[in-house]
Design a protein around this ligand. Structure first.
Ligand code: PMP
Length: 480
């Protein structure tokens, strides 16, 4: 029986069966290894030479009860039975029973170069023993040293660093700088983007279905240049015309800024269509605006081919914002801009008590050194490319996978119940995530419809880890 016939027959099967479409491929793939392997035994975690000490703290159930009583009712957790993680080492997490999980998501949430990296931990401890203070009132070399090292990683005249405590603060500050510099109020952001959780950034965040957006005056949301779901496929300049239309018809003709991620993270690892950013930047600059690159997720070597995500688009932003991986889990963010633009804040007194304090900047400097010493950008490129290839081979095997995309260690797998209609497979996404957790792999999810796996591991992820992750996904999909 041919693959396509099988596919058609399965499509005609009962509603219960067709809800979980994961039949063998209808097309022939180069990656025969993945395609032809039908996993009988569950895959086994790669060996790792560490056993955590016994945990004697409260159980997951007790913590959950406390969370429900004392923490915000808006916070969520992954998994039907949420995980109580008590320790982390490099690319692994351990639960209350000492069970080890491969962390395929924490690279974005916190740890660029691995959980509790000894060099970063040591830098934090040493600086804490010496001094923790505010960033601004006195001199301290840790703050200046990291600013210098960070500036050296950015192209052109992007040499002045403002430190913050988070990505939200960094984007709030970047937008404020742009408004002060240009004397304009209007900001253009891209639909399906995520830029933070304070009022200005929630205005720029254009994800209404996810409740992340709070309407703010003067913020315009441009059509998302999404090659998979967008109207114009991979034609970036066509999407960018919407930016020009917004400027022409939605503003006075001048704007303060355009803000965009290079690869949308929370939005489901959406790579912007080629040619979009440069065309959008052109329009914005002609309207007197500044271009802000939000590198909170795609920065710090994650995309493998470049240190910053925007570099793959051949553009030079006026302001770059960053957080997350910058401090390997320590609260730290930054805005980097040119001396000329930075000068605008001398008209105001911008004061941030803890943004870039000595302890956090000591951690930041250690992170940069680890990325270089352990060649983590190269690792993200090599292992990330291998991981993507294997995921693409899974797409040939299971029709429920509609798209595989991303760069380096910022990868997305979108699940659909119908490839042509691109119907989001939300339940299947949750099911696979839960099953993979039971096999010992943690991945994230996101996207407008919540049907995209986000695979964003720490940068020290190995080829064996990548194979295990894909084998676990394969095993799970084969049993749906
Ligand atoms: N920008 C992007 C692209 C993000 O993904 C996030 C966080 N998910 C932020 C900004 C906000 O960062 P933070 O949570 O540190 O405030």
């Amino acid at each position: 029986m041919t693959g396509s016939l099988l596919a058609r027959l399965l499509r005609r099967s009962s509603p219960q069966q067709s809800r979980f479409i994961c039949q063998r491929s209808i097309s022939q793939s180069a990656a025969e290894r993945t395609k032809e392997t039908v996993s009988v035994e569950p895959p086994v975690l790669p060996a790792f030479d560490y056993v955590p000490p016994p945990y004697s703290g409260p159980s997951g159930d007790e913590i959950l009860a406390k969370r429900k009583e004392y923490l915000s009712p808006s916070i969520m957790h992954f998994y039907k039975s949420p995980l109580n993680v008590v320790e982390g080492k490099r690319q692994y997490l351990f639960d209350e029973n000492g069970r080890r999980y491969l962390d395929g998501f924490g690279g974005i949430a916190t740890v660029g170069c691995g959980h509790c990296h000894p060099d970063v931990v040591e830098a934090i401890i040493e600086q804490t023993k010496k001094l923790q203070h505010s960033t601004v009132l006195y001199l301290n070399h840790a703050v200046a040293d990291f600013a210098e090292a960070l500036a050296s990683k950015l192209p052109g005249d992007l040499k002045v660093v403002f430190f913050t405590n988070s990505g939200t603060e960094a984007n709030e500050l970047a937008m404020m700088i742009a408004r002060l510099y240009t004397g304009c109020h209007d900001i253009i952001s891209v639909r399906n983007s995520y830029h933070g959780n304070a009022s200005g950034t929630m205005g720029a965040t254009a994800q209404s279905i996810w409740k992340f957006n709070v309407v703010q005056s003067g913020v315009h949301h441009a059509v998302n240049p999404d090659p998979y779901r967008g109207l114009f496929g991979s034609d970036g300049p066509k999407y960018a015309k919407d930016v020009q239309d917004i400027i022409n018809f939605g503003t006075s003709g001048n704007v303060a800024a355009f803000i965009s991620e290079a690869i949308q993270g929370v939005g489901g690892i959406v790579e912007l269509a080629p040619g979009y950013l440069s065309a959008a930047y052109d329009s914005v600059r002609k309207a007197g605006g500044l271009c802000i690159a939000d590198e909170v997720q795609s920065g710090f070597a994650r995309t493998g081919s470049n240190f910053w995500g925007f570099e793959a688009h051949g553009v030079q932003p006026d302001i770059v914002t960053m957080a997350k991986g910058i401090g390997n889990g320590i609260p730290l963010g930054a805005v980097v801009t040119t001396p000329e633009i930075a000068k605008v804040l001398t008209r105001r007194s911008y004061f941030n008590t803890f943004g870039g304090n000595p302890v956090c900047t000591a951690a930041g400097l250690a992170v940069l050194k680890v990325i270089e010493k352990e060649k983590l950008q190269e690792n993200a490129f090599v292992v990330g490319s291998h991981l993507k290839e294997r995921l693409k081979a899974l797409k040939d095997k299971y029709e429920v996978i509609g798209d595989v995309r991303g760069q380096g260690f910022m990868l997305g797998v979108e699940l659909v119940t119908d490839r042509e209609l691109k119907t989001p497979a939300k339940e299947e996404t949750l099911h696979v995530m839960d099953q993979m957790k039971d096999l010992g792999v943690l991945i994230g999810k996101g996207g407008y419809y919540g049907n995209v796996f986000r695979i964003t591991p720490p940068l020290c992820f190995t080829k064996e880890d990548a194979d295990f992750l894909v084998d676990a996904m394969d095993y799970t999909l084969s049993r749906m």
